[in-house]
Ligand binder design. Structure first.
Ligand code: NAD
Length: 503
């Protein structure tokens, strides 16, 4: 069962007693472990009095399962006996091998899915090209596939590369195409070299750029490509559009659309790690009394907005879809037109994954010092391509953005996704689920490709359920079994009750 100890000293490493904001930032950024869905033991010190109560309430809002210190709850190899964040190695400064080994300890579901795949298929036939952020969790996906016998090549963009992990992966037999010094043309040539050298029969993509490059510049590869597994919302949108235009040259599995991906990665992990990364950049209490505009109320925007509110932000939601706005209203958030919120906003965060969500006119209407960032995933989600002379420090996690004839804004992570550019990315336990879905997608493609069309497919519900079961059991939880399940029996109506009961 995934359990961690929180003592009074943990929570107050640098802060006043029972300061959830500081504790959450330190724990999340230090370990890259998931707060949501994990079990935490709360010591009596922290749990007593009103401050302990407040900590517990906020923790539960963040999806943490809190148990008492003397609770008989199970301990298992997920249990991290963490008396303070300092006890666990800091993933940010660990060697590549140490970081990967730490991550792998908390990714049992992925391991189980790779084992299943390798029992049922000859892995030596697989040539898998991956285009993912290169950090410890993605490295475990590559490591496990290689250990099972597949040939794996990985491409990573210069802005999302952990060089220590890249070196470790290469030493384990993965071909890595990644270099932080590449310019855009060099990065593209490296991606093409990976395609030319590996000639992949499976692609794992994140954002659809790699597979679209293959479709455009190496169309001959489509003949031997079994299919593509796509990780994220914006990538699936691109493939859906290609299918509509009848130019999709291979089958695609929308990994993103599985509940076991979006319901955890987008809904929990992204919000959690974007909040704690912003705290890391701006201070643990940066959300307190902040007028925060969140643009986009999909799973990512919602997970972020809810957590920011618990830390004291006054959140306004802007979404172009009235259904999303109504959902926000039902969760207690005001909704407004974006242009009306901007002049008074202290912080503006885009969670849409849509090009030019924040355009130049929007930026002109902001005040000096407004903090601007992206938690979605699209290049130029903030229209930085419309600002020729941006600033000299664009690669810094926090930089000043000079809008021509307008305000000086504070830009986070150079306008790229905050959690993976300036932090460690989504938590380990969350990526365990997302990558389990990726492996399930590879297996499904291998078993079905002969009958597939050049379309975007969603995995069957049963696949999601099997992954959820594995995740539950690795944490020591159970599901309920119904012995007398009549839910699919259409013949039973209210009029067939023996005692005449109507309902
Ligand atoms: N940073 C990460 O680690 C991470 C993880 C998962 C997903 N993502 C990315 O986050 C983005 C959002 O994901 P999601 O699952 O919430 O997507 P979604 O499509 O479910 O939600 C996006 C919302 O934004 C709204 N929207 C679109 N354009 C808008 C505009 N111009 N103004 C206002 N609202 C607008 C849509 O109506 C929708 O409600 C995607 O690009 C996804 O790929 C990032």
């Amino acid at each position: 069962m995934s359990q961690q100890h929180i003592s009074h000293s943990d929570a107050s490493a640098n802060a006043t007693s029972c300061d959830f904001a500081t504790w959450a930032r330190d724990y999340s950024q230090h370990t890259n472990r998931s707060l949501a869905g994990s079990r935490f033991i709360l010591t009596k010190t922290l749990n007593s009095g009103s401050t302990g109560c407040a900590f517990e309430q906020v923790a539960q809002e963040w999806g943490m399962n809190i148990v008492q210190a003397d609770s008989p709850e199970d301990h298992n190899n997920f249990t991290a006996h963490v008396e303070s964040t300092a006890v666990e190695p800091d993933l940010r400064t660990s060697s590549g091998k140490q970081a990967m080994d730490l991550a792998q300890q908390h990714m049992p579901v992925l391991k189980k899915l790779v084992d299943q795949l390798s029992h049922e298929h000859d892995m030596r036939q697989l040539r898998v090209a991956m285009c993912l952020i290169l950090e410890p969790k993605t490295a475990i996906l590559a490591r496990l596939l290689v250990q099972a016998g597949a040939q794996v090549g990985i491409y990573s963009g210069p802005e999302t590369l952990n060089t220590r992990v890249a070196q470790q992966l290469e030493s384990e037999g993965v071909t890595v195409y990644a270099n932080p010094a590449w310019n855009p043309e060099e990065a593209k040539q490296a991606a093409l070299t990976l395609l030319d050298t590996l000639k992949p029969n499976l692609i794992i993509d994140d954002g659809a750029s790699f597979a679209r490059l293959a479709a455009r510049e190496r169309p001959e590869l489509a003949a031997t490509l079994i299919g593509v597994a796509e990780e994220t919302t914006s990538g699936v949108r691109a493939f859906d559009a290609m299918e509509i235009d009848q130019v999709l040259p291979f089958p695609v599995v929308a990994v993103n659309d599985s509940l076991m991906k979006t319901g955890f990665d987008n809904a929990h992990g992204t919000g959690e790690t974007c909040i704690t990364t912003i705290q890391q950049l701006l201070g643990a209490h940066c959300f307190q009394d902040t007028a925060l505009t969140v643009i986009g109320f999909g799973p990512v925007g919602r997970g972020f907005a809810r957590r920011a509110r618990t830390l004291g932000a006054q959140v306004t939601i802007c979404d172009t879809d009235p259904r999303a706005c109504l959902q926000a209203v039902f969760e207690g958030f005001p909704t407004r037109d974006l242009k009306d919120t901007l002049p008074a906003a202290d912080m503006v965060i885009s969670a849409t994954g849509v090009y030019h969500t924040v355009n130049l006119t929007h930026m002109h209407s902001m005040r000096d010092g407004t903090i601007l960032g992206v938690i979605g995933g699209m290049a130029n989600e903030i229209a930085l391509d419309n600002i020729p002379q941006k600033c000299s420090q664009m690669n810094e996690p926090v930089s000043e953005l000079h809008i021509p004839h307008g305000p000086h804004l504070t830009l986070l992570a150079g306008g790229n996704g905050i959690n993976y550019t300036a932090g460690g990315g989504n938590p380990i336990e969350i990526m365990d689920l997302s990558f389990a879905v990726q492996v399930a997608a590879l297996k499904w493609l291998l078993e079905n490709y002969r009958t597939l069309d050049k379309k975007v497919y969603r995995l069957p519900d049963l696949v999601d359920q099997q992954i959820a079961l594995a995740a539950l059991s690795s944490r020591g939880y159970e599901i309920s079994h119904s012995e007398d399940n009549t839910s699919n029996n259409w013949q039973v109506t209210r009029f067939d009750q023996p005692n005449g009961t109507q309902y």
